[in-house]
Design a binder for this molecule. Structure first.
Ligand SMILES: [Zn+2]
Length: 210
């Protein structure tokens, strides 16, 4: 499925850079652990948050913003959009939008639907809100109980890394409990590989605007 995606949807940007993204947060344990490593590495990233999680953990979401990272939309609740009525899909995105815009005072610009599944009504709602749908070009499969820092980096490099958009998670609400620790462990290993190749880590905004 990923190979059929349009380059625009997979978030391709210029080579020499990569957008680092985290889905499903904020999470009271995982997000601070991710923020800590990002701070040590001097990286800024984009967090595709869930509106419901932001309302549950507003202080954690505020920490993400205060650390200079970008917030984007993953939805309000983590549910497939297909099979929900047109009204429900649009309402979900609107709720997430209002929650994130209310927290940051800025309109969110990007949206990645749960499971990467786009639906017509949700796309129409996104267009109405002025948020651009984006998926990914490489994922770390960090939701698995068996994932480790090494396996996450290996999985990322099975996709398109240089010039692409990397998908990790700062939450375990849809994964094996504590699986996010594999993403945290992967970041310093990823830094070695990206650094050796001269690839810079960016937010989505920095990356897709080139
Ligand atoms: Zn998700």
């Amino acid at each position: 499925m990923r190979r059929l995606l349009l380059p625009r949807l997979s978030g391709r940007g210029p080579r020499g850079g990569v957008a680092l993204t985290f889905d499903d947060g904020p999470h009271p344990e995982a997000t601070p652990a991710v923020l800590d490593v990002l701070d040590r590495l001097g990286w800024t990233a984009t967090f595709f948050v869930l509106g419901a999680q932001v309302r549950r953990h507003p202080g954690v979401a505020a920490e993400v913003v205060a650390a200079g990272h970008e917030l984007a939309l993953h939805g309000d609740e983590h549910r497939y959009l297909i099979g929900r009525g047109p009204r429900a899909a649009g309402d979900d995105l609107h709720r997430a939008y209002d929650t994130v815009a209310g927290l940051t005072g800025q309109p969110p610009l990007w949206w990645r639907p749960p499971y990467g599944v786009l639906s017509g009504p949700a796309l129409a709602a996104a267009r109405g809100l002025g948020v651009r749908p984006l998926l990914w070009s490489a994922w770390g499969r960090d939701w698995r109980a068996a994932a480790t820092g090494e396996s996450v980096v290996d999985d990322l490099y099975r996709g398109e890394v240089d010039g692409g958009m990397l998908l990790l998670h700062d939450s375990d609400i849809t994964s094996a409990p504590g699986a996010w620790r594999s993403a945290v462990a992967a970041l310093p290993l990823l830094a070695e590989r990206l650094g050796a190749a001269g690839v810079e880590v960016r937010t989505v905004g920095e990356h897709v605007r080139g």
